[in-house]
Write a protein of this length. Structure first.
Length: 176
């Protein structure tokens, strides 16, 4: 009987803990890139605002989004450069129904324009980083492969390659 009572007590405590955790993280708004980098949320309660007046927001699931050109984009990764995700509903084959498509974007800095995540756009965004260009050509056969994730390193392969090529470029520039 004591075991059943203990189990029942643990379940109730766990349930209340989860409910309390959900209530404490209700999301909020980032007014600027600086607010985002410092994780400073504003307007945790209900508030009306214009998308053009804020940088982005975080929802109750702690997912962070940025506004750009009047649309919201989920911030996927911020290492070296920002990576974003957005899904769109596109007309299906022969115009029948709608199909969800996953779109990925990046920006050189947290407040610079978003570009579609393609090998070509990455090369244009980082024109001086030749090691990165050669690594892109050697390791990625198509744009779809740019989102490969390395579970061992716990990071996107693209970000690992960029980080290492950028460090080599920076050290080479400081020698000259």
């Amino acid at each position: 009987m004591k075991k059943i009572f203990l189990l029942f007590t643990m379940l109730i405590t766990f349930s209340f803990a989860q409910k309390a955790e959900c209530q404490t993280n209700k999301g909020g708004v980032y007014l600027s890139l600086n607010d985002f980098t410092q994780n400073k949320l504003n307007y945790k309660s209900r508030h009306s605002y214009s998308k053009s007046a804020v940088y982005g927001y975080v929802n109750a699931k702690n997912e962070k989004y940025r506004f750009f050109d009047n649309s919201s984009y989920k911030i996927v990764d911020t290492l070296s450069f920002f990576t974003y995700y957005q899904y769109k509903m596109e007309p299906g084959i022969n115009g029948k129904g709608l199909v969800k498509t996953d779109e990925y974007y990046f920006s050189v800095k947290g407040d610079s324009p978003l570009l579609p995540l393609t090998i070509s756009n990455l090369k244009k965004a980082f024109p001086e980083n030749n090691k990165f260009h050669y690594a892109l050509d050697a390791l990625f056969k198509s744009d779809n492969e740019l989102l490969a994730y390395d579970g061992y390193l716990k990071m996107y392969k693209l970000k690992y390659i960029f980080k290492n090529s950028d460090a080599d470029t920076a050290s080479a520039l400081s020698i000259q």
